[in-house]
Write a protein that binds this ligand. Structure first.
Ligand SMILES: *Cc1c(COP(=O)(O)O)cnc(C)c1O
Length: 387
């Protein structure tokens, strides 16, 4: 059996709908982008949705539109995908890493306040792997110190904190439609916001800074209208081909999310037989979207001293599973250990111990729509065989 870490499974309807914009002759940011955005807002309950080219461009654009600039500081969890931090660098800002809580893999909200300085402008909480961050605590700090909050909800589609969809709490929420995420447009992203003025600015800045979109211009009865450009914007427009795919997946979004939740709960039941894993955190108030199924290996005996040994054991497990055709991955990176950040900020792995630990001993098991119970049992058998 061959089990990849993730797999994209599209429907006939999706294949058919991708062709519609191609046949219509209007390929970029037209009516399919509009439709996808409307569906996204309906689904999340967030007023405005602005489609862009990726979650990374969504984060970059959000920070830029809010006014984040040279020398400003951003608080970013140390354990995340590298682009949560890169966007701060793109704008000449300084990344201030915050350690994570090992139970959730998310930013440790008790460690944020001591990192705030007069230069701090924004907190970028990450809803990692689909588990919401504690947005109550983060919004209290943001209010107290007048900070912006840009939620990295790349993996957060379908995730809710206290029944509210992630992306609804901060100034902006940023989602990814990369194939590793819950719904996909190949590459693609979405910004959500309840701030109507910010939404207008974001729409303009994703489109070179234009006040009017090409589509609205071309469908207007006034051909003399050319837009003015109040901003030096970017080209972060999504194509209608991507949006046609995203929009069609939105019509089965609940089914996609529920299937992932069911697979995760099947995993949870079977993982009980092993004492070597901390399975993903769940709680009544933290509705997990299960972008992936990240575990911590051998959590009971973890210490800095024992870390190299546990890391070796985890790597062996991953290698043995790979030889059985089962792909696993470290859950994600500790960004402070990656060359650019390590060198620029002179950081040591142990400066953010929990992120370091997560980097060394986390393991994500395969989880994707269309995964069968036979496949799931094969993974469990593989783990049992190794242990
Ligand atoms: C995937 C991911 C991103 C980047 O998303 P892209 O759409 O590939 O740019 C950013 N942050 C997190 C936490 C991610 O998982």
């Amino acid at each position: 059996m061959k089990i990849p870490i993730a797999k994209t499974k599209l429907t006939e309807e999706e294949f058919n709908n991708i062709q519609k914009p191609l046949k219509s002759g209007w390929l970029v940011q037209g009516k399919y982008v509009k439709k996808f955005e409307q569906q996204f807002s309906t689904f999340t309950g967030i007023k405005h949705s602005i489609a862009v080219t990726s979650c990374t461009s969504a984060l970059h654009l959000s920070l830029s539109a809010l006014g984040f600039k040279f020398n400003d500081e951003a608080i970013v969890p140390a354990f995340t995908w590298i682009s949560s931090a890169n966007v701060v660098e793109h704008l000449g800002g300084k990344v201030v890493f915050c350690d994570i809580d090992l139970k959730t893999f998310n930013i440790d909200v008790n460690k944020i306040e001591s990192l705030i300085t007069p230069k701090t402008k924004v907190i970028i909480p990450v809803h990692l792997f689909g588990l919401p961050s504690n947005m109550d605590e983060i919004m209290i700090l943001a209010k107290k110190y007048k900070l912006w909050v840009v939620e990295d909800a790349a993996c957060g589609f379908g995730a809710k904190f206290k029944s509210r969809h992630v992306g609804a709490f901060g100034n902006a929420g940023c989602f990814s439609f990369h194939p590793r995420k819950i719904i996909t447009t190949g590459e693609g992203g979405m910004i959500t916001t309840n701030d109507s003025d910010l939404a207008i600015k974001l729409r303009s800045m994703r489109d070179h800074g234009a006040e009017v979109t090409d589509y609205d211009r071309h469908t207007s009865p006034k051909p003399y209208l050319l837009p003015d450009f109040p901003y030096a914007g970017y080209n972060y427009r999504m194509t209608d081909i991507q949006a046609a795919l995203g929009s069609t997946q939105m019509s089965r979004a609940n089914q996609i999310i529920n299937e992932r939740k069911e697979l995760a709960s099947e995993f949870n039941k079977r993982m009980l037989e092993f004492s070597h894993f901390q399975v993903p955190f769940t709680d009544r108030e933290y509705d997990h979207g299960f972008q992936s199924y990240p575990c911590l290996f051998n959590f009971k005996k973890i210490s800095m001293q024992a870390l190299p040994k546990i890391n070796k054991h985890r790597n062996q497990l991953m290698q043995n599973l790979e030889s059985l055709g089962i792909s696993t991955r470290p859950a994600t990176h500790a960004v402070h250990m990656l060359k650019y950040y390590k060198n620029k900020y002179k950081i040591k792995p142990v400066d953010f111990p929990n992120s370091y630990i997560a980097n060394q001993v986390s393991i994500s098991l395969p989880l994707y729509n269309g995964m069968t119970i036979d496949e799931l049992d094969y993974i469990i058998k593989g783990i049992r065989k190794h242990l």
